[in-house]
Design a protein around this ligand. Sequence first.
Ligand SMILES: Nc1ncnc2c1ncn2[C@@H]1O[C@H](COP(=O)(O)OP(=O)(O)OP(=O)(O)O)[C@@H](O)[C@H]1O
Ligand SMILES: Nc1ncnc2c1ncn2[C@@H]1O[C@H](COP(=O)(O)OP(=O)(O)OP(=O)(O)O)[C@@H](O)[C@H]1O
Ligand SMILES: [Mg+2]
Ligand SMILES: [Mg+2]
Lengths: 462, 462
Amino acid sequence: VERFRALTPSEFFYRNKELAGFSNPARALYQTVRELLENALDATDSHLIKPVIKVIIKRDEVNEKLFSVSVEDNGIGIPYTHVPKAFGQLLYSSKYVLRQTRGMFGLGAKMAVLYGQMTAGKPVEVVTSPMLSRRIYFFKVAIDVKTNTPRIVERGSYVKGSGWHGTIVKISLEGDWMRSKSKIYEYLRRTAIIAPYADIVFEDPEGTVVYFERSIEKLPVPPREVKPHPKGVDIEMLKMMLSSSKAKSLKEFLVREFQSVGEVTALRIISEAGLDPTLSPREVDSSGVERLVEAIKSDNRIKPPKGDHLSFVGPEIIEAGLKSVLRPEFVSAITRRPSVYAGHAFIVEAGIAFGGEIQPSDKPILYRYANKIPLLYDEGSDVARKVVDSIDWGNYGVSFPAPLAVLVHICSTKIPYKGVGKESVADVPEVQKEIELAVREVARRLRRYLTKKRREREEAER
Amino acid sequence: VERFRALTPSEFFYRNKELAGFSNPARALYQTVRELLENALDATDSHLIKPVIKVIIKRDEVNEKLFSVSVEDNGIGIPYTHVPKAFGQLLYSSKYVLRQTRGMFGLGAKMAVLYGQMTAGKPVEVVTSPMLSRRIYFFKVAIDVKTNTPRIVERGSYVKGSGWHGTIVKISLEGDWMRSKSKIYEYLRRTAIIAPYADIVFEDPEGTVVYFERSIEKLPVPPREVKPHPKGVDIEMLKMMLSSSKAKSLKEFLVREFQSVGEVTALRIISEAGLDPTLSPREVDSSGVERLVEAIKSDNRIKPPKGDHLSFVGPEIIEAGLKSVLRPEFVSAITRRPSVYAGHAFIVEAGIAFGGEIQPSDKPILYRYANKIPLLYDEGSDVARKVVDSIDWGNYGVSFPAPLAVLVHICSTKIPYKGVGKESVADVPEVQKEIELAVREVARRLRRYLTKKRREREEAER
Ligand SMILES: Nc1ncnc2c1ncn2[C@@H]1O[C@H](COP(=O)(O)OP(=O)(O)OP(=O)(O)O)[C@@H](O)[C@H]1O
Ligand SMILES: Nc1ncnc2c1ncn2[C@@H]1O[C@H](COP(=O)(O)OP(=O)(O)OP(=O)(O)O)[C@@H](O)[C@H]1O
Ligand SMILES: [Mg+2]
Ligand SMILES: [Mg+2]
């Protein structure tokens, strides 16, 4: 006899934590560091704050399998009313809006808290103060897994004695430092490449302190929130938007709720769907919704999203990052114009670095990024690896083994990740095409450099 | 100003449907067929019913982008009280118990319903009748995405005129038959290899009817539900089990709630944790729970799970399946003894097929299965591909190109899938090791056959 049951999101992700990257103590330690660091960077560079971040991993003095991971940032802080849910309720987030951020799932911090709770039995410790707040708030939060609600174990606040603003998050968990050490250092190194404007201090369990020093003062353009684009719409989304819109007419609804839709476009879509533009949004019936979606899909005159809301890194910062970390002989980067997939604008950036201190390898070393997050695992199923491997590098003057590194960065209001652990990107055709165009462009610049170098060498030999 | 928000599971998976395999119309059509077929097979062979399944994909007469997918089975049916949630509420399942089934997430059918709702605007149609029921029940169900609750659009029942039992599920959705045709046929073909005891009729949108006929009468041993094994326990799980257990003492709790724990083992664990065996489960405090988990982890005398609850396919059925579908010259299969990872017993089975109608290829064709589900995508990041590629096939008398197919099947109460779309398995060390031992064993048998064949040929030539 089948026993039916419903799970809460916390029960579901507790049972399937490996889906989120928490598959064993070594991966869990890595994932905890990255989830907290990504939150810290979102809280700073997305708000034009030059990030100053401290990451400390300590080994427990009693139980050598236990570690504490602490990440402090100088970001915008978290309003105290939201702290319990931000850390104690799965699927709770401030990043569910249409804006390019590292975070997108509302799971990262909670999965780390959950893993810590399962393996070390301790609540997460959060200290935070928003910029305009006169107080500093501290919490100890645990997740009630059965109900997906936060349990506040301890809370308090005190008056701020300084101008400090930001957040400190500390999680205790079972880890495996020896097995995750190289991946954690590589993650930090790759973060320094894509975010050379960040000051990151890292103290590891062996007491080693590494300072990834800011090497450029320039910050990327911060991301802006945008309205959805009509080409990303489906029947369900349109129904939800129609029922919650404050617009008084169908025409006002389309112009107000979507980007790239002016009066002319709205009237054309409405007429194509055989509807009355003065209809109240809530009066559109199911068949009307379907005809609207159909009209939008078949309309070829709707302008694509501009993409100027995206926060690309830019060639200057990428080259500075590659130079500072890889110390190559040659470096070049490119930022492509915005493109679109499924109604989401995206920008592909590519960088190439050659020679200098780069170690020769049998195929290009690939530095993959999505919304400024370094992706280290599952390279084999990532679209960027597929593109880089499909290129005949001999055409660009490169014969392996060669000291060649390729950087690929995709930014978008929605990254088509293959899993909630954010390790690889699906091969969406539009994205794959843009990556290829970007990589071939920087490869051509490398070829020009190698050709020029070879000629200079031949010249010198005469 | 950050806008915080909570999502329901339906809102989350609606926004991130590509995580579940619904990334575009072609993949969605494929995923819908497989999710429904996997439910149909779970409802039959896990209950010792020889599956008779009909899969029909029709193209909409008006809109050539729309399809209906209908799957009918002769399974155990669904009790009518559970139908609305089974199809209209995400994270609702009868497979959240510790038993080896294809289903495990409580998402499959709902994701297909959701995709159909978004792209075709139609509810799912379900007709079902449990074996002992005198009525046939029918429903049209939609998902209220905002609240993750079912909306019953239509319902009814009538008296059964025959002995029919089973379920028919029909979903309308946007698809792309031309792009998913070969994958759908391959999925059915691979299902026929692993389940040659199933009768599957498939009618495609072009009107073609293919009959995957039962080629063996033997069914696999059905899976049994088991209690959790102590080696899979963590602090959170133990807390939840202690608070919900009906046991009167801590000793009774351990013996009753876990497999492989008798009185002696229970007393040893309790004493190691410094606790009183007569303590009521609900009186164990946080520190006591941590000490219990620690005692269990460091105890080396707890028997590993027996694994006799697992439903392996067995060499006879695997060889029959490989013969019937691939028509090779040589075939051999092996079922390994149960092994363990993270407290879950698992069995690896391997099959090898050579020559005959198999087309030569540059590396072995890999047929991957997990809990009898064929895995077709993301082969590059799957542990089985990693193992098969790491083997030097020259040692076994195979030089490529060669007509060689390798089958790998992992069965367990928990498959470490990399994503909820069930396409690839993570490389858990214990599982990887078992796959290698199994594949090398059937490779040795192939070598013996090839050697014998070569000798016979040399003999004949003299
Ligand atoms: N260091 C921080 N500074 C400011 N806000 C933070 C910080 N850490 C977490 N938050 C807030 O808590 C929320 C939840 O974080 P969490 O990592 O769980 O989800 P997310 O970042 O929104 O999405 P993802 O699962 O993709 O990481 C964030 O959306 C953010 O609003
Ligand atoms: N054809 C069927 N016959 C009997 N029961 C079914 C059938 N299809 C669905 N069900 C029931 O509906 C439940 C939900 O199915 P669904 O596919 O959504 O989740 P699942 O199979 O439990 O897990 P997964 O997401 O891994 O597929 C199943 O657990 C099962 O109880
Ligand atoms: Mg986050
Ligand atoms: Mg299912």
